[in-house]
Design a binder for this molecule. Structure first.
Ligand SMILES: [Zn+2]
Length: 608
C-alpha cells in the first residue's frame, strides 16, 4: 500500500513537471515568430544557366495597334507588359491588318484609341469572337456610339458625357492580391468611357466616388468573350492592372514571376545626415543624432522584427562634395559599427552607396539644373578611386561581408559609371536604382532583368514614408505583374519637407507600418529577402525560358535555363488546380495561384 502511494506520488510529480515544461514551452513558443524565409538564395554564375533550351511558344496573341501617338504609347505599355510575362505575341498596324490572319490566334488585343481605325474590322472581329476567340480592348477607344462596337464591348449605353473623370478605383472581391484597397488618383482626367454595361458582363474593377464607372469587365460573346480594360492610364506604374485584365482572357495564363520583397535603407550606415531638425526638436526635444538612435532606429528595427524583414543598408562613407584628388578615409566609425552590426545581426545585408553622395557621372553629364549641389567626377579614374576607397573602408569595418548590391546616389548613374562597376568591381553583382521613370528627371530607371554586362537590375518601385496613392497603385500593380515588392527609405526622409517632414515622425512611421501591413496581408507567402537574395530571384526570373502547353485538364510547362527553382503566377478562369507534379502551389487571389517549379518539367492537373 505504502509502495503504491509512493508510486502514485512519483507519477504525479512526473506529470506535474511535464505539464510545467509544456507551459514553459508554449509560453516561449508564443514569442517565436516563424519566419517564411528559407535558406538564403544565392546569385548564380552565368554558366549555371546554360542548361538547355526549350522550344519557343507559338504566338497565340495578336496585338493590333494604330500608328498615331496615343495608340503607340498605349501599345508600348501593353507590349512591355506581355514581354515581362514572357508571352509570345505578334503585332500588326491597322493599315497592314489582313483579317484572314485572325484564325491563327486565340487572343487578339486591340490597342487603338479611335474607333474609326477599328470600324472596318468590326464585322470580321465579331465573327471571330462569336466563333470562340478572346478579344481584349487594352484601353478605351472613342466610340462614336456605333451599335456594333458597343454591342461587342458589352456596353448598354454611354452616359450623357462620353468620358468619365475617374478620381479613384478599387477591385471587386479578391481580383488582385491586396486589391480591395480604394486608391485615389492625384491628377484625375477624363480617362475612362462613361458606360452602363449589359447584364451579361462581369465587372472586376470600378471607379470610386458617386458615379461608379466599370473599369475592367468581361462579356461572354457567342462561343468567345470580350474583355474591356477601361482604365485609361497607360504608364509603367499601371502595367500590373493591364496584366490582370489580360489574364481574364482564355481559360488560363501562366507567367514567370520573381516572388520577392526587399526593403532598402539608403545612406545607412552613414555619418549623421545634414538636414532641418526643427520638427524633431519640437516633437522629441532631441538633436538629430539622438533621434536616429533612440526613436527612428528603434521604430524601424521593431518593424523589421515584427514582419521578419531583413533590411539592406547602403553605406555612404562621408558627406563631402570632393570629386577629385586623394579622398580622406572616414575616421569616426562608431555609428558605422553600431548600426551596421545591428542590421547584420537582424539577418540584414550591407551594400555600397558611395564614398560620398556624388553620383558616378563625368562632366559630360547634364543634371538638367535639378541638382545644384552635385558635382561631376573629374575622370573615370577618380570614379574608380572613389569606389576603391569605399570598398576598402567597408571591408575594413566588416571583414566577413561581401557587398553585392550597389545603389546609385539619388538613383543617378552614367554609362561610364556603370562600366567601372561592371569591369573593376566584380564583387558588385546587382544595381538597385529606380523602377518608375520620371520624364523630367535624370534618374536611372530600369526593368527587373540581367543586362548584357551580367549585372542584375533590381529596381525600387516605391520609397519613403509618405507612400501616397500613386505609390500604393504602383505597388499593387507590381505585386500582380512580377510578384515583387521593393521599397527604399532614407534616414533623412524625416528631415526633408518634400518627403513629409511636416507630417511628423509618428505619422510617417504609421504610414510605413500600414504599407508593410498591407503587403503581407495581400500576399502572406511573398518571400522576404535581402538585396542580393532578390538579385538571385530576379536572375532566375530573367533567365528562365518557358514552353507552355495545355492538353485536356493538364497544363505542362517545360523550362529552359532552369537551375534550382522558378516561380510563376497561374491565373485560371475555369477550374481549380488539383495536383502538381514537379512543384507546388498556393492560392494568391481569386483564381490566381503562386506556383513554385522544383524541376524543369511541371505538370498542373486541373479539376472542377
Ligand atoms: Zn542616398
Amino acid at each position: 500500500m505504502h509502495k503504491r502511494n509512493t508510486y502514485i506520488h512519483n507519477m504525479f510529480v512526473i506529470w506535474l513537471v511535464f505539464l510545467l515544461l509544456l507551459v514553459v514551452v508554449l509560453f516561449v513558443g508564443r514569442n517565436i515568430v516563424y519566419s517564411n524565409k528559407g535558406k538564403s538564395l544565392q546569385i548564380l554564375k552565368e554558366e549555371a544557366f546554360e542548361t538547355g533550351r526549350v522550344p519557343k511558344d507559338q504566338a497565340k496573341t495578336l496585338v493590333i495597334y494604330h500608328d498615331d501617338r496615343d495608340s503607340r504609347r498605349g501599345a508600348r505599355e501593353i507590349l512591355a507588359t506581355l514581354r515581362q510575362m514572357k508571352v509570345v505575341y505578334d503585332k500588326v498596324k491597322t493599315d497592314e491588318l489582313d483579317p484572314l490572319i485572325y484564325d491563327r490566334y486565340s487572343r487578339i488585343v486591340i490597342a487603338v484609341t479611335d474607333h474609326e481605325w477599328i470600324d472596318p474590322f468590326l464585322a470580321g472581329l465579331d465573327a471571330w469572337v462569336s466563333g470562340g476567340g478572346s478579344l481584349m480592348f487594352a484601353f478605351p477607344p472613342s466610340t462614336g456610339g456605333e451599335e456594333a462596337l458597343l454591342n461587342l464591348m458589352g456596353i448598354e449605353d454611354l452616359g450623357d458625357k462620353e468620358w468619365a473623370l475617374v478620381r479613384g478605383f478599387t477591385c471587386m472581391g479578391d481580383f488582385m492580391p491586396g486589391g480591395s484597397r480604394r486608391l485615389s488618383i492625384s491628377t484625375p482626367y477624363e480617362s475612362s468611357l462613361n458606360v452602363r454595361l449589359s447584364a451579361s458582363c462581369t465587372t472586376y474593377m470600378v471607379s470610386t466616388g458617386k458615379n461608379e464607372v466599370p473599369l475592367v469587365w468581361r462579356q461572354p460573346y457567342g462561343e468567345g468573350e470580350v474583355i474591356v480594360d477601361n482604365l485609361g492610364f497607360m504608364e509603367k506604374a499601371y502595367r500590373g492592372f493591364h496584366a490582370a485584365a489580360y489574364t481574364l482572357m482564355g481559360t488560363y495564363t501562366i507567367w514567370p514571376v520573381i516572388n520577392g520583397s526587399t526593403f532598402f535603407i539608403d545612406d545607412f550606415p552613414s555619418p549623421i545626415p545634414p538636414g532641418d531638425s526643427y520638427q524633431i526638436k519640437q516633437d522629441y526635444g532631441m538633436d538629430i543624432k539622438d533621434f536616429y538612435t533612440q526613436v527612428w532606429w528603434r521604430d524601424i528595427s521593431n518593424l523589421a522584427k515584427k514582419y521578419n524583414i531583413p533590411y539592406t543598408g547602403l553605406v555612404i562613407e562621408v558627406y563631402s562634395d570632393q570629386t577629385s584628388g586623394a579622398l580622406p578615409r572616414q575616421t569616426d566609425v562608431t555609428r558605422f559599427e553600431y548600426f551596421g552590426n545591428m542590421l547584420l545581426d537582424m539577418g540584414g545585408e550591407l551594400g555600397y552607396h558611395g564614398y560620398n553622395h556624388m553620383p558616378l557621372v563625368l562632366e559630360n553629364f547634364d543634371y538638367l539644373g535639378k541638382y545644384d549641389s552635385y558635382r561631376q567626377w573629374i575622370s573615370i579614374d577618380e570614379i574608380r578611386d572613389s569606389m576603391k576607397e569605399l570598398t576598402e573602408f567597408c571591408h575594413a569595418l566588416f571583414p566577413d561581408q561581401t557587398f553585392k548590391v550597389y545603389v546609385p546616389p539619388s538613383n543617378i548613374i552614367s554609362d561610364e559609371g556603370r562600366e567601372v562597376l561592371a569591369n573593376d568591381f566584380p564583387e558588385i553583382q546587382c544595381i538597385a536604382s529606380l523602377y518608375l521613370p520620371d520624364q523630367n528627371d535624370v534618374s536611372y530607371a530600369t526593368e527587373f532583368e540581367v543586362t548584357e554586362d551580367g549585372i542584375i537590375q533590381t529596381p525600387r518601385i516605391v520609397s519613403g514614408y509618405v507612400l501616397d496613392d500613386y505609390m500604393r497603385a504602383a505597388a499593387m500593380s507590381e505585386l500582380y505583374l512580377h510578384c515583387v515588392n521593393t521599397h527604399f527609405q532614407h534616414p533623412d526622409d524625416v528631415l526633408d519637407v518634400d518627403r513629409g517632414t511636416n507630417l511628423g515622425w509618428q505619422e510617417l512611421y504609421s504610414r510605413l507600418e500600414n504599407y508593410v501591413d498591407w503587403l503581407y496581408a495581400a500576399l502572406p507567402q511573398i518571400r522576404s529577402m535581402t538585396g542580393s537574395e532578390l538579385a538571385g530571384a530576379v536572375q532566375r526570373y530573367s533567365e528562365v525560358q518557358v514552353h507552355r502547353q495545355k492538353k485536356g485538364d493538364t497544363i505542362t510547362l517545360e523550362l529552359g535555363n532552369f537551375v534550382d527553382e522558378a516561380w510563376f503566377y497561374l491565373k485560371l478562369n475555369e477550374g481549380k488546380p488539383e495536383t502538381v507534379e514537379g512543384g507546388s502551389l498556393t492560392r494568391a487571389a481569386d483564381g490566381l495561384y503562386l506556383v513554385q517549379a522544383e524541376s524543369p518539367r511541371l505538370k498542373i492537373h486541373l479539376g472542377d
